[in-house]
Design a protein around this ligand. Structure first.
Ligand SMILES: Cc1cc2nc3c(=O)[nH]c(=O)nc-3n(C[C@H](O)[C@H](O)[C@H](O)COP(=O)(O)OP(=O)(O)OC[C@H]3O[C@@H](n4cnc5c(N)ncnc54)[C@H](O)[C@@H]3O)c2cc1C
Length: 459
């Protein structure tokens, strides 16, 4: 089927925003001196700022955001708050061993719970729903994959974190076309993770920004940092404050937090190691009462399918479907690939959408958008401090799981910056695997995602 063209629009979350709940004037020209400068006004940067200010009241802290709050992935996400990292749990166990994989997975569960607790404690109005998340199979090989995941969770003593759904139980949560699952079964129809949830990500970002401002932090946007002295090993000077250069001034900070996700390489951090990868999403018109009743989607669970290149979707407060998916893209030199590439990708997402919500249901898609995430070859984030520049900290590389991880990591990084010991987990690190050449990155990423999509089509 020829993919339908989808108009490119502002991310849905921005549509209803009227005014910012917090003052964010651009940084005035000139020289500034602060205790902490946080670079990036997304979930990671604002959460780190919030937790630092909670720990150290009176800290002179600025958040410097290049465009506007939530201009990056945090304002473009589908907003599914879910456990897990970029690689499947069975694959993590094979790579890292049972003990480490279990510890990592548990920390991702803790991340989901921590974000929910933070939202509740601070009374952040972000439409948080502890709705759970369902991963469903569309074919027998996918059922086998779900079975392996359920068995792995059980082997790691994490069976309590998952519910196993048969076809009837899945259809009670959402009436999906049976696709090629057929009647025979090689495993569960779906797994449900009750801890997971959904949020309005923009309102989460703005809520965090309000708390940062209330604690005395200064937020400046647009205020793009052009360079950070000392990122480069040769220029690092551990004993001096770090200088951040802006277009018409500079900031000297005792400590710097770089929370710029997929934009970090442009600042010279993890170049060739953190890949700026493009994801895309589409949004439908609000569902009518009749359509919702047809779908039987009463509980607002988030859903994703069990393919390698998967689709994921959730309901908004006004009953639209926000649906993400299609192949992640690495464009030449880490760009965004331009509007034509995004249009084609959004049309692919629409084609995936049509498989699950066929035309007979009459659900119209009204727009699509893209966003940049930071991807690391081993599918794990990087949270820590540069060994050659102990005043520069980073929290990046969520590999598509940043709603929970980037937000929770703010507390972990603030703890580390306050001298607390962190658990020995492989994502507290400053060394990331490197992809040597631009051609290697470009061709390697395209070939891998194509292969994954093709293997999904065969199974
Ligand atoms: C379409 C899409 C769907 C997604 N769906 C999900 C999902 O359902 N669940 C999930 O967990 N994750 C999802 N993600 C990923 C998730 O959104 C991100 O991992 C998360 O938002 C990252 O937050 P962050 O704060 O690290 O980065 P960002 O939100 O990207 O923030 C980085 C900020 O840094 C700013 N910046 C960059 N350069 C500079 C500079 N030089 N100076 C100052 N500021 C700078 C940017 O403008 C940006 O605002 C999705 C992402 C996309 C794009």
């Amino acid at each position: 089927m020829k993919p339908r063209p989808i108009p490119l629009v502002e991310p849905f979350w921005q549509w209803q925003r009227r005014s910012l709940p917090v003052d964010t004037p651009p940084l005035p020209p000139g020289r500034h001196r602060v205790d902490v400068a946080v670079v990036g006004g997304g979930l990671a940067g604002l959460s780190t700022a919030y937790h630092l200010l909670r720990r150290q009241p009176g800290l002179r802290l600025v958040v410097l955001e290049a465009e506007g709050l939530a201009a990056g992935a945090s304002g473009r996400t589908t907003g599914m708050l879910s456990p897990g990292v970029g690689q499947s749990l069975p694959a993590l166990v094979r790579r890292l061993g049972e003990q480490t994989a279990r510890a990592l997975y548990q920390q991702t569960l803790a991340a989901v719970r921590d974000v929910q607790a933070l939202v509740t404690a601070e009374g952040i109005d972000c439409d948080l729903q502890r709705s759970g998340q369902v991963i469903f199979a569309r074919s027998r090989p996918q059922q086998r994959r779900l079975l392996a995941l359920a068995q792995q969770l059980s082997a790691l003593d994490l069976a309590a974190e998952v519910e196993i759904l048969d076809e009837a139980a899945l259809q009670r949560r959402l009436r999906l076309p049976r696709l090629s699952r057929g009647e025979a079964s090689d495993g569960p129809a779906a797994l449900r993770f009750p801890t997971a949830g959904i949020v309005d990500p923009l309102r989460l970002v703005l809520g965090l920004a309000q708390r940062v401002a209330a604690l005395g932090g200064q937020i400046h946007a647009p205020s793009r940092v052009l360079s950070i002295a000392g990122l480069d090993e040769k220029a690092a000077r551990a004993s001096e404050p770090v200088c951040l250069q802006l277009a018409d001034g500079h900031v000297r900070a005792d400590r710097v937090v770089v929370a710029t996700a997929g934009y970090a390489p442009k600042l010279g951090l993890f170049s060739g190691r953190l890949l700026p990868v493009q994801l895309q999403a589409v949004v439908s018109e609000p569902l009518s009462d009749a359509t919702l009743a047809d779908l039987g989607w009463a509980e607002r669970d988030g859903f994703l399918d069990a393919r390698r290149v998967f689709g994921y979707f959730r309901q908004t407060a006004d009953r639209r479907i926000v649906f993400g998916g299609a192949r992640p893209r690495y464009a030449w030199k880490g760009g965004d690939g331009g509007p034509a590439a995004l249009s084609a990708a959004a049309a692919q997402v629409a084609a995936d959408f049509a498989q699950l919500f066929p035309d007979e249901l009459g659900i119209r898609l009204v727009g699509g958008w893209g966003g940049t995430i930071g991807y690391v070859l081993d599918a794990l984030p990087a949270i820590g401090c540069l060994p050659h520049a102990p005043r520069i900290f980073h929290a990046v590389g969520w590999c598509g799981h940043g709603v929970a991880l980037a937000t929770a990591a703010g507390a972990w990084l603030a703890a580390a910056m306050s001298g607390d010991a962190l658990p020995a987990l492989p994502w507290f690190r400053s060394h990331l695997p490197k992809v040597p050449t631009e051609l290697g990155r470009y061709l390697g990423f395209a070939a891998t995602t194509r292969l994954m999509a093709a293997s999904d089509a065969w199974s």
